[in-house]
Design a protein around this ligand. Structure first.
Ligand code: ATP
Ligand code: ZN
Length: 288
């Protein structure tokens, strides 16, 4: 539907994914204004329009070519099963689709839900899961506020998104089983028009560079020259650390990428090996 090389990116208008989606597009170099109640924003510096929509509408819009790229939770894509191309998991919007039951309701395993009613806004995902596990339950479809269903006696259990579990506890529910782990995903239409492909590919590379950068910290420190070998093994984050000689020949400066997840352990071990004056900086973009 879109032509002349201009593309549209659809993100959630207001909800859990909005802030991080806008921030990601900003880090990818897109410059646009976000005003409340705005549904559409042209980028100042690229031939791109950003659409702000309800997340439920985004997969179909992308499939139909109303938008070329979209960001929604993987739970929405799993449920709708529309023909789109998943391009990149985005490492935000983490949650799980879980089966939950009343605490002290006597439910111990999935099999206990056989013949029971389960309320959910994710009927297709749940149907597939139950089929795979050979459990025969009745699915009660609700648009939202699913946690209240057992108290209202419209269902015995629920299948809903959980992040911290506090909403479940408030309603006297406890997790019985995880159906799917979810996060935000960047996705695109299956056959984008020829003239949009290059821009879509550029944006995907930028998104990957932002993603990749988030996994690392840039670490600089001084160390005794003879500690290099033991330190090298602690720094597997990239091909090889940069080693710079200092005025004092007994010392060197080391620059290296350290994986964020293991960052504290690595820095502590570097200190044990003699590292000092340790400076840590975030990595904004990282292209291999
Ligand atoms: P919309 O108005 O766009 O339809 P919504 O109410 O469907 O919004 P949100 O509640 O903002 O959507 O959730 C958007 C996405 O955030 C979910 O689809 C899911 O992928 C993710 N998410 C992360 N944590 C949670 C959570 N605790 N509960 C619900 N969704 C969560
Ligand atoms: Zn929604």
């Amino acid at each position: 539907m879109q032509s002349n090389g201009k593309i549209r990116i659809a993100i959630q208008k207001s909800g859990r994914l909005s802030e991080e989606s806008i921030s990601l597009l900003g880090q990818m170099g897109l410059r646009f204004e976000t005003y409340q109640d705005r549904l559409f924003a042209p980028c100042r510096n690229m031939p791109i329009d950003v659409l702000f929509l309800r997340d439920d509408d985004i997969p179909e819009y992308v499939r139909d070519g109303v938008a070329d790229l979209g960001i929604v939770g993987s739970n929405v894509l799993d449920e709708r099963m529309v023909r789109v191309e998943r391009l990149l998991p985005l490492d935000f919007g983490f949650c799980s689709l879980c089966l939950a039951v009343p605490e002290r309701g006597g439910y111990e395993s999935l099999g206990d839900l056989d013949g029971k009613r389960i309320a959910t806004s994710y009927p297709e995902t749940l149907r597939r899961f139950l089929l795979e596990r050979r459990v025969d339950s009745e699915i009660v479809v609700l648009g939202g506020c699913v946690e209240i269903a057992p108290a209202l006696k419209i269902a015995d259990a629920i299948c809903d998104l959980v992040s911290t579990g506090s909403a479940l506890r408030t309603h006297g529910l406890t997790i019985l089983e995880t159906v799917a782990r979810c996060q935000a995903v960047l996705f695109g239409r299956q056959d984008p028009p020829e003239e949009s492909r290059r821009l879509i590919q550029r944006l995907l590379l930028r998104a990957q560079a932002v993603q990749e950068a988030r996994k690392y910290r840039y670490v600089m420190f001084n160390a005794p020259a003879d500690a290099v070998d033991s330190m090298k093994n602690l720094l597997p984050g990239c091909k090889s650390p940069t080693i710079v000689p200092l005025a004092d020949p007994g010392f060197i400066a080391v620059h290296a990428m350290v994986i964020e997840e293991t960052f504290w352990e690595v820095v502590e071990k570097l200190r044990d090996c003699g590292a000092s004056d340790i400076l840590v900086a975030p990595v904004e973009k990282f292209m291999r």
